[in-house]
Design a protein. Sequence first.
Length: 94
Amino acid sequence: MLNTLLFAGIFKFGLFILEMVSNMRPMEEVESSEAGFVQWFRLHYPQNFEKLIDEKMKMKETVVDQAKEAIELGLLCTDLSGVREQPSWDQISY
């Protein structure tokens, strides 16, 4: 039960990161579910990552690099495929 709660918490954290970078919520503009929202990110990253970043963000090189890192972390936290192990809270906070 504890592992399930940790897994769910990390997934929600990853989802939150993706929401912050895009300034969108899963139920609003992109897809009608959290899984669809994450899939939309996977579809566009890394080839069309500009579509994923909020237009209001200044597109300076450092901001783009930070947004890419945030997207990568968000996608890692929301990976349900089992191919990669979900990061722990210790790894995320480091």
